[in-house]
Every structure is written in structure tokens, then in C-alpha cells.
Design a protein around this ligand. Structure first.
Ligand SMILES: [Mg+2]
Length: 414
């Protein structure tokens, strides 16, 4: 088999309501690049990457000079072909490689008649459990509904998610309001669902002293872990010395060099593997094996996926023995998807690992065209800007918190 073509299409897909986070906001939609890799025997493999636009599509087109004629089975060679570690000082293509790896694995699965998890060692589980992913949210600008700012709003939202999808683990994305406010909201969440487990992630914007104070204030709760309370391995180490809660990261251990450093001098107990950040599903499987050896916890990270990337997360979750926690996914925030059949369903807090050959998802061409047109009319949005605070610059550590009494809904075009 040989690769004959690579196509990239940027789409934007609406979410239920704008999601607030420590650096800014998802402005009511996700922007993603859908990648199609075609082979000389007519198989089309699918990949996906965050962000998009002309420069991203051009970056994928530029990969044709590297990959036309390449056999998709030679995945290890692909790594050195487009993401050689020394050349990446000049051209960092880790995320591009991930999208192409997804597509090549999808091609191989289709060619061999097996799901991707069978190529990766075979499934250990048929369903991957997910946590709810609760954000502080602005109201949907079209409906005026969906705001999450107060503890009462969060509890109502989490109860609705639990009822609808069956989650028994709940994640709160923080770093928006002062940690003294967010710790109260988190404690209210934890006491509302006894028996469930909880995780908090302020995206690394607390000071180390705030992180220590926060972690000690929640030690009595049923925490999965505290995720990236501070930014940097040393801040994590200092926090870890002062708390009994496991620390998790998806920011300071995202490659093998950092994983080695974390094993030699531990900063994080749980490594959140992201199929995009690490450069593919196979890199995550390798990292999970190292974590297994050193008895570090592992879970699956979400960077805001549509159905193709969700499939990569499901195949990853299916094959790693040491999946210690429910996976994260933004998926339940989506209003729609670009795959055939629409949004994949949750059942009892879990999603079924696809059985069909390859990744097990197919593009819905009508939806691809619809959300490509929507992208063409709306363009990108600034992920690292807050529409409600146009003059705000987030510091790390942050001391410029949003005001929880401010109930204004910003104008967001979508
Ligand atoms: Mg995180």
C-alpha cells in the first residue's frame, strides 16, 4: 500500500455553551482539522487535530512531499520522517504526526479487517469509562441558557449530566475565579454526589502556596487526583511534598524526556495521555507501558475532540492495562459531530469501543460540508482570550480572577 493523497478540512462545530477556563474560553464552538489520507487501493483513513485554518491546511498539504508513496504500515519510520526529534527544534510537527498516525492506523485496520485496538495489542475492555467534564460556562448567546457560575448552577448541571450519561466521576475545570471561591464550589460538588469521585483542574495557574492550601482543603474528599494545580515540574514537586492527594498532569509531562525526568524525580503521580499531544496513539501506548513499569497512574486526556479523535481515545483506553481512572472528554459538550450516525452515545458513563475495522468511524460528508462552511463564515476564535474580559491578560500564577458576582453574558458571534 502507498499513500497517494492527503486532504485537510477545517470545521467548526457548536458546543452547548461557551466554556470558561484559566487562559480564556472556548467561544461556543470547537475548531478542528479533519484529515483524510488516501491510498493507492482506495482506502481513506481519518485523522483529526485541534485548531485549523489556511496555515494548518497548508501544513498538511506540505506533508505530501514527505508521504506520497510512503507505506502507511511504516509508522515508526513516519516518526523520523516528519517529526525527527532533533529536526523538531525547527519544525515541531508532533500534532500533525498524531493526525497522520490516526489516519494510517485507520487505513491499516480497514485493509486488514480489524479495529485499531487489535493492531495495538488487543482490547482489554469493551467500554471506556468517562468522567463528566464540568466547566464554568457563559450562557449560550442564542438561547440565554446554560450559564454555570455559582455552586447551585454547577450542581444542577452536574446532576443533569449524571442523569443523562451516567457519570460516576466528575471533573471541575477551574482557574477562572479565585481559588477560595472554587474550592467551595468543588466541595459542594463532592458533597452532592456521595460515592462518586472527583478531580479538579485549574490548568496550572495557582501559585505553589495556593496549590498547597487548595489540596489540603480537599484532602478529605473522594478525589481521583488534583490536576496541574501549578505550572512546572518543580512547583508540582513542592505541592506534592505537602499533600496526600495524587497529582496528575497533562501539561508538564507530555513527552518521553519529561516522563523520564518525572520518574527520576517524581512531580506527578498520574500521567494524562493525550493522543494528540504525545504524537499519536502508539506513543501513548508506549508511555503507558513505562508508567506501568514505574507504577504511575494513567488516564486519557481530552483536548476538545470530535468523533475521530474520540475514537483514538477509545482505542487507547481499550488497550492499556493500567487505565487507572475514568477518561476525560469534552465530547458531551458538543451539539453535533461530523461522523456518520452523529454523536456516539454514552451508556452508564462509558462509551463503547468501536468494533468496525480501523478507527470505526466514517465521515458524514453532509456534516463535514456544513461545518466547513460554518468555519468559513466564522473563522477562528481566540482560545486564549476571555470574551467577557476583553482587556484581561492571564498571568501564571494568576491573580486576575474573574468576579463570580458578574453575571453579564458577553456578545459571542456564532
Ligand atoms: Mg488538564
Amino acid at each position: 500500500m502507498k499513500i497517494t493523497d492527503i486532504r485537510a478540512t477545517t470545521v467548526t462545530v457548536p458546543i452547548e455553551a461557551p466554556l470558561r477556563h484559566a487562559n480564556g474560553c472556548h467561544w461556543g464552538r470547537f475548531v478542528r482539522t479533519i484529515v483524510e489520507v488516501e491510498t493507492d487501493n482506495g482506502i481513506v483513513g481519518l485523522g483529526e487535530m485541534g485548531g485549523g485554518g489556511e496555515s494548518t491546511e497548508a501544513a498538511f498539504r506540505a506533508m505530501k512531499t514527505y508521504l506520497i508513496g510512503h507505506d502507511p504500515v511504516r509508522l515508526e519510520e513516519l516518526r523520523f520522517l516528519i517529526a525527527n526529534p532533533t529536526a523538531s527544534l525547527y519544525n515541531n510537527r508532533t500534532q500533525i504526526m498524531a493526525a497522520l498516525e490516526f489516519a494510517c492506523l485507520d487505513i491499516l485496520g480497514q485493509a486488514w479487517g480489524v479495529p485499531v485496538c487489535d493492531i495495538l495489542g488487543g482490547r482489554l475492555r469493551d467500554r471506556v469509562p468517562f468522567a463528566s467534564y464540568c466547566f464554568f460556562r457563559y450562557a449560550n448567546p442564542q438561547t440565554g441558557r446554560g450559564e454555570v457560575r455559582t455552586a447551585d448552577q454547577l450542581l444542577a448541571y452536574a446532576a443533569e449530566m449524571k442523569k443523562r450519561y451516567g457519570f460516576t466521576s466528575h471533573k471541575l475545570k477551574g482557574g477562572v475565579f479565585h481559588p477560595d471561591y472554587e474550592v467551595e464550589v468543588y466541595r459542594a460538588l463532592a458533597s452532592a454526589f456521595p460515592g462518586d469521585s472527583f478531580r479538579f483542574d485549574p490548568n496550572g495557574v495557582l501559585s505553589t502556596e495556593q496549590a498547597i492550601r487548595f489540596s489540603q482543603a480537599i484532602e478529605h474528599l473522594r478525589n481521583d487526583y488534583l490536576e496541574d494545580p501549578v505550572f512546572g515540574l518543580n512547583g508540582m514537586r513542592r505541592t506534592r511534598q505537602m499533600t496526600r492527594i495524587p497529582l496528575a498532569t497533562n501539561t508538564v509531562v507530555v513527552n518521553f524526556e519529561q516522563l523520564a525526568a518525572n520518574i527520576l524525580n517524581t512531580a506527578a503521580d498520574v500521567i494524562l495521555l493525550d493522543t494528540t499531544f504525545w504524537g499519536g496513539i502508539r506513543a501513548c501506548v508506549k508511555a503507558a507501558a513505562i508508567c506501568e513499569t514505574f507504577q504511575l497512574g494513567v488516564a486519557v486526556h481530552s483536548s476538545g475532540e470530535l468523533g475521530i479523535q474520540l475514537a483514538t481515545m477509545l482505542h487507547l483506553g481499550a488497550v492499556i492495562p493500567n487505565l487507572s481512572f475514568a477518561a476525560d472528554a469534552h465530547y458531551h459538550h458538543l451539539a453535533d459531530d461530523i461522523i456518520e450516525g452523529g454523536l456516539m452515545p454514552y451508556e452508564n458513563g462509558a462509551i463503547k469501543v468501536p468494533d468496525q475495522p480501523g478507527l470505526g468511524v466514517k465521515l458524514d460528508r453532509r456534516k463535514l460540508s456544513l461545518y466547513s462552511d460554518l468555519y468559513k463564515s466564522l473563522g477562528n476564535y481566540p482560545y486564549d482570550r476571555d470574551p467577557g474580559r476583553p482587556n484581561w491578560t492571564p498571568l501564571v500564577p494568576n491573580d486576575r480572577w474573574a468576579d463570580p458576582a458578574d453575571d453579564r453574558a458577553p456578545e459571542i458571534p456564532y
